[in-house]
Design a protein around this ligand. Structure first.
Ligand code: NZQ
Ligand code: ZN
Length: 383
C-alpha cells in the first residue's frame, strides 16, 4: 500500500427531499448565481422549479444557462463565462449529470482566468482560481458531483479532453435519488457502465499487489453497480435501487478507490473519449464497448487479476480470465449497452482515425506506452 493523502472537500447532502438544501448551500457563497442545466429534462420533471424556488427563497438571484448537451462543448462553456462576467455572478449552480456539472466547473475556472479556458485542457495553464460550484445531481454516472475533474469537447478540433484541480471540487452537492426516477433505461445502464469503468481503471492499472482494502472496496462497488442497475431497470422508481446506484457512482470516482494504489491510469477512458468526441457517443455507452475490449487486449499480462475479479464479482468457481471478460460483456449487453462498434454505428474502417485521435489524449495523459497500433488492437476487439 502506497502513501497517500485523501482530502475530499465536497459536502454531500444525500437523500429523499433534500433539494431545498441547494438554496442555503449556494447562498453561503453568493447572492448572484449562474444556473447551468441540460436540454429540457429538468423542466419536464419539475426539478427546475424545485431548484429555482429553493434558490429564490434563499435570496439567490439567477441567470440561466441551459442547453448543455451530452459530451459538453467548449463553445457553450465560453458562452457561460461571458454571462458570468457580464452579470458579475458569484457562484455556479449545476443541475444535471456529468455533462452539466463539468460545464459548470469549466465556467467556474474560466470566468476569473486571464487565459482561454481551453488552455487548462491542453496543459498550457494551471487553474489558479475558480468560482464556487454547487450541484444538484440528476443522473448517477460520472461522479463529477464529488471530484475535481471535468471533461469538455472542443467543437472545432473534435478533441475531448479533461482537466482537474483542487479548486474544482463542488462546495456542496445534493444527491436526491428520487430525481433519477425519470432517467431512461439507456442512461441508467450507461451510468452503471461508467461507474464500473471508473473502478476498473484503478483496479486494473495499479501495480501494487498488496492493497486488499481497496480491491475489496472496488469489487463491492462493481457488484453494487450491477445489482442496483438491475433493480432500477426492473422498477425505475425503486428508491433503494436508485439510492444505491447514485452513491456507488459517486464513490467510484471521488478519490477513495485510488487512495494508496500508487500510480494508476485511465486507458479505457483515453480511448472512449475519442468515440464521444468524433461520433457524439454517450460516454457510458462508449465505455461499454471499450472496457471488455481493453480487458481482452490486456489478458496476456493481467490474467490473474482479471480471473480474481471473476471469482469475487461474478462468482466463478475457478479462476477463468477469458470467461470473466465474457461475463462482463454479456452483462453490459443484457442491460442494454452497445458492446461493439457496429452497435455504436461506428464503421470499423474508422479504427485508425479513432486511434489517432486517442493518441493525442494518450500523450497529454502521459500514457506513453500506448502506440497507435496498441489502440487499434484494443478497438479491433470491439467487434
Ligand atoms: O440534457 P437533459 O435534457 O437534462 O437530459 C440528460 C442527457 O440527455 C439526461 N438526464 C439527466 N438527468 C436526467 C435525465 N433524463 C431524465 N431524468 C433525469 N433525472 O441524461 C442525458 C445524459 O446526461 P449527461 O450529463 O451527459 O450524462 P452523464 O452524467 O453520464 O455525464 C457524461 C459526461 O460526464 C463526463 C463524460 O465525459 C461526459 O461528458 N465525465 C466526467 C467525469 C468527471 N468530471 O469526473 C468523469 C467521467 O469519466 C466522465 O468522463
Ligand atoms: Zn467515465
Amino acid at each position: 500500500m502506497h502513501n497517500f493523502i485523501f482530502h475530499n472537500p465536497t459536502k454531500i447532502i444525500f437523500g429523499r427531499g433534500t433539494v431545498p438544501a441547494i438554496g442555503t448551500e449556494t447562498a453561503a457563497f453568493g447572492s448572484r448565481a449562474l444556473l447551468v442545466y441540460g436540454q429540457n429534462s429538468i423542466k419536464k420533471n419539475g426539478i427546475h422549479n424545485q431548484v429555482t424556488t429553493a434558490l429564490t427563497e434563499a435570496g439567490v438571484s439567477i441567470v440561466e444557462h441551459g442547453g448543455v448537451c451530452s459530451n459538453p462543448l467548449l463553445s457553450h462553456v465560453r458562452a457561460g463565462i461571458a454571462k458570468v462576467r457580464e452579470h458579475e455572478l458569484q457562484v455556479i449552480v449545476a443541475v444535471g449529470g456529468g455533462s452539466v456539472i463539468d460545464t459548470a466547473k469549466a465556467i467556474a475556472a474560466g470566468s476569473p482566468a486571464a487565459c482561454d479556458v481551453w488552455d487548462f485542457f491542453i496543459g498550457k495553464s494551471a487553474i489558479k482560481a475558480a468560482l464556487p460550484v454547487t450541484t444538484v445531481l440528476t443522473l448517477a454516472a460520472a461522479g463529477s458531483e464529488m471530484n475535481g475533474g471535468m471533461v469538455i469537447t472542443n467543437d472545432v478540433t473534435k478533441e475531448k479532453f479533461a482537466a482537474s484541480g483542487p479548486l474544482l471540487y463542488p462546495k456542496a452537492s445534493v444527491l436526491a435519488p428520487e430525481l433519477t426516477f425519470t432517467v431512461p433505461p439507456t442512461y441508467t445502464a450507461y451510468g452503471a457502465a461508467d461507474a464500473i469503468a471508473h473502478v476498473l481503471e484503478f483496479y486494473m492499472t495499479t501495480e501494487d499487489d498488496d492493497v486488499p482494502v481497496q480491491m475489496e472496496f472496488m469489487e463491492g462497488l462493481i457488484r453494487n453497480a450491477m445489482q442496483s442497475c438491475e433493480r432500477c431497470l426492473a422498477d425505475p422508481c425503486d428508491y433503494g435501487g436508485r439510492a444505491a446506484l447514485m452513491w456507488t457512482a459517486t464513490l467510484a470516482l471521488n478519490g477513495l478507490t485510488g487512495a494508496g494504489l500508487g500510480r494508476t491510469s485511465f486507458p479505457m477512458h483515453m480511448i472512449e473519449h475519442s468515440l464521444s468526441a468524433l461520433y457524439n457517443v454517450p460516454h457510458g455507452a462508449g465505455l461499454a464497448a471499450v472496457v471488455p475490449a481493453w480487458l481482452r487486449w490486456r489478458l496476456p499480462q493481467a490474467a490473474v487479476r482479471i480471473a480474481g475479479l471473476g471469482q469475487r464479482v461474478f462468482g466463478l468457481a475457478e479462476p477463468q480470465a477469458e470467461e470473466t471478460v465474457q461475463r462482463l460483456r454479456n452483462w453490459l449487453s443484457n442491460v442494454g449497452c452497445p458492446v461493439t462498434l457496429a452497435e455504436l454505428n461506428i464503421p470499423e474502417a474508422d479504427i485508425p482515425r479513432i486511434a489517432a485521435n486517442a493518441l493525442n489524449l494518450a500523450r497529454i495523459w502521459r500514457l506513453d506506452s500506448y502506440s497507435q497500433a496498441d489502440i487499434e488492437a484494443v478497438l479491433s476487439f470491439c467487434r
